[in-house]
Design a protein around this ligand. Structure first.
Ligand SMILES: Cc1cc2nc3c(=O)[nH]c(=O)nc-3n(C[C@H](O)[C@H](O)[C@H](O)COP(=O)(O)OP(=O)(O)OC[C@H]3O[C@@H](n4cnc5c(N)ncnc54)[C@H](O)[C@@H]3O)c2cc1C
Length: 460
């Protein structure tokens, strides 16, 4: 367990008794909660924080141990970007999350100074390298872009702007903004759980919800401790379901249609380091150009399968940066959700990752090839997709076809969730509490993820 996690577990244990006390003071039994949030990945942790901040008596249940080892949120880096500008909901969700992280950091520093935005975000340019047949995509975005960017349409422009050797059939766009770059899910989850503990909210790990059913106006939950095998029943007035790829299974009683609305897919991530002798032979300016080449979305190969995302995540003991790579269109169906996490990468997947990484690095024009890339490791992960790849943050449909005010689902976050994590959780918490935000972009996002869309999807 990392130091942060260990501290966190201690803090959580220390406040568990306080939260029980709070529940009793509110005249409730210890197993009776205002709100239970199911799932302690980015979405559940975010929703729980917003609810606890609003004064709710919140219990967060997570089936894994305090150390998060499998789930869509696993890892230390996800691309965070504001691309899209005015009117774009993804840009809004990112920027709203940056503001939310600022608030979280200020809250934590009020108790224990030393937390910083740089713990959660690594600011760096975000590059989009594309085949020129996709130029209309960029031309559309340009009109609304409010953040600083540079755009190279020819190799000469790429050389002048970025000092990179771009092939003639390629275009490149770079976004520059504070807190664009990467976001660290591991740290963000740890900080959210720390904040929950400080607010007296209880996070219980190794607690799996095996059954969720309606009980009068509220919910009954059958919860099993995955360490001891013991089960108990809890009651909650309101529930947030944030079970990621397990959403269909969790809602099989209360909203069984989610099983077909959300499709869990296997994706893989591969990690490489440049041969240390090669990396250390580079001039400082080249190391700088290399760092600025990440994070990136590279679609120079015009097929969907050829497109990849890549970013830096840590360093080897020899000092070479670790390159992470994966492809959203390398995803595949899953036969067994519980065992897919242990599935090793196929040779072809490692080779695809190696070739793609070498292709990206060829922009540096430094005579570095596939043979200079040491494969370090790789793992299978899972995210869940909706038909349109737009997530849901919505009340479920109740038994009589009306919105159920007391059960909110956050699901289908695919490859977009991390950068907007605090905004998805905010919308979920507001839905549950009957609160709103008049900001036009909040309203636009709420509608895109919300109940009318759910009803329309169900009718199709
Ligand atoms: C390979 C990959 C690359 C990505 N790249 C990006 C990117 O560049 N930028 C970006 O913004 N986003 C990216 N994302 C998306 C982002 O990481 C996810 O959208 C986000 O992490 C989803 O979080 P979640 O909380 O919904 O799911 P999860 O993290 O899976 O959380 C669900 C949690 O619920 C728990 N759980 C499930 N069932 C139960 C139960 N019955 N009882 C108790 N607990 C339960 C699970 O253990 C898990 O911890 C990427 C995702 C992947 C996988």
């Amino acid at each position: 367990m990392s130091l942060t996690r260990a501290k966190l577990a201690l803090a959580a244990a220390a406040v568990a008794s306080l939260s029980l006390l709070a529940a009793c003071q509110q005249g409730r039994a210890g197993d009776d909660y205002d709100v239970v949030v199911i799932g302690g990945g980015l979405m559940g942790s975010s929703a729980a924080w917003h609810l606890a901040k609003a004064g709710e008596n919140v219990l967060l249940l997570e089936k894994q141990a305090a150390e998060y080892t499998q789930g869509s949120s696993l890892g230390e880096a996800r691309i965070a970007r504001s691309l899209g500008g005015a009117g774009n909901i993804w840009s809004y969700m990112h920027n709203r999350t940056v503001a939310g992280v600022e608030e979280l950091i200020a809250f934590l520093n009020g108790y224990e100074p030393g937390h910083s935005m740089n713990d959660v975000y690594t600011t760096s340019p975000v590059s989009y390298v594309r085949h020129h047949s996709q130029a209309s995509w960029i031309e559309n975005i340009r009109h609304n872009q409010v953040d600083r960017y540079e755009y190279a349409k020819t190799p000469e422009e790429a050389e002048a702007l970025f000092n990179l050797k771009m092939p003639p059939d390629t275009i490149m766009w770079r976004e520059y903004k504070a807190h664009s770059g990467t976001i660290n899910p591991e740290t963000l989850i740890a900080y959210l759980h720390k904040a929950l503990a400080l607010l007296g909210a209880d996070a219980q790990y190794r607690n799996q919800v095996d059954e969720l059913s309606r009980d009068g106006g509220g919910y009954s939950l059958l919860v099993t401790n995955t360490e001891t095998g013991e089960s108990r029943r809890l009651r909650a007035d309101k529930v947030v379901s944030a079970a990621g790829p397990y959403t269909g299974r969790l809602l099989s009683n209360t909203a069984p249609y989610f099983d077909s609305l959300i499709n869990p897919q296997r994706v893989f991530l591969a990690f490489f380091a440049i041969e240390p002798d090669v990396y250390h032979s580079w001039a400082e300016a080249d190391k700088q150009r290399f760092r600025e080449l990440y994070p990136a979305i590279n679609s120079t190969n015009p097929t969907r399968q050829g497109s990849f995302f890549t970013m830096l995540e840590g360093r080897t003991p020899q000092g070479s940066p670790v390159i992470k790579i994966g492809g959203h269109f390398q995803r595949s169906d899953i036969s067994d959700l519980d065992s897919v996490w242990q599935e090793a990468l196929a040779e072809a997947e490692i080779q695809w990752s190696r070739e793609s990484t070498a292709r990206h690095l060829s922009l540096l024009d430094l005579e570095i090839g596939e043979q200079d890339l040491n494969y370090l490791s790789g793992y299978s992960c899972v995210y869940s997709l909706t038909a349109t790849e737009v997530p849901y943050v919505t009340h479920v449909r109740g038994g009589l076809g009306e919105p159920d005010p007391n059960l909110v689902v956050i699901a289908g976050l695919s490859g977009v969730g991390a950068k907007g994590a605090l905004a998805y959780g905010l919308i979920a918490a507001n839905l549950l509490l009957g609160k709103d935000d008049p900001h036009p972009m909040y309203q636009k996002a709420k509608t895109a993820f919300g109940y009318q869309r759910l009803v329309s999807d169900l009718s199709h």
